[in-house]
Design a protein around this ligand. Sequence first.
Ligand SMILES: CC(C)(COP(=O)(O)OP(=O)(O)OC[C@H]1O[C@@H](n2cnc3c(N)ncnc32)[C@H](O)[C@@H]1OP(=O)(O)O)[C@@H](O)C(=O)NCCC(=O)NCCS
Length: 163
Amino acid sequence: MVTTDIRLARPDEYDEVGRLTVEAYQADGFLAEGSDYRLRLLDAADRAAKAELWVAADGANLLGTVTFCTPGSVYAEIGKDGEGEFRMLGVSAKARGLGIGTALTLHCMQRSLDLGFSRIVMCSAWNMAAAHRIYERLGFTRIPERDWSPFPGNDLYAFALDL
Ligand SMILES: CC(C)(COP(=O)(O)OP(=O)(O)OC[C@H]1O[C@@H](n2cnc3c(N)ncnc32)[C@H](O)[C@@H]1OP(=O)(O)O)[C@@H](O)C(=O)NCCC(=O)NCCS
């Protein structure tokens, strides 16, 4: 049984959070060799500066992370007024299946409510099956009208949940 505390990452943890995020995406084959996105995922300090960088930790042991952002943030991809958004959810491969990804998603839902948002949105690669399982189990539904592709061949599915 793993007990996790969800809190903002500390500055001395940013490098580790970046590595954890890359490792989580790589473990499932979601980062192509030489991908520019690897550098974005590594740059957790930028996410902490321009959005909210959350971690799930078991004591000093970091197990997962998510970035929460508000409309207008440089990290917002599809969020509009009144909508919270989250991105770059990742759980260490050694801690999968323990509910950490679900807990981080629930945290973003609560964060949205705390900030007065009536909806939470996010987008995710079409083949991120474990993530989609979490979102659908929590009541998110697909909003295909907001699907988009940052570049050809990288199709992102949009999801939303009214809070
Ligand atoms: C998505 C991710 C964060 C989930 O983390 P986690 O802590 O293992 O998540 P949870 O334990 O809360 O739940 C995972 C759920 O996915 C299910 N699952 C796992 N692999 C799956 C697969 N290939 N297909 C369908 N469902 C799958 C699990 O059974 C579980 O559902 P259940 O509780 O109903 O059984 C983790 O797999 C990850 O880091 N993946 C790589 C990065 C990624 O895809 N990020 C999403 C960005 S939008």
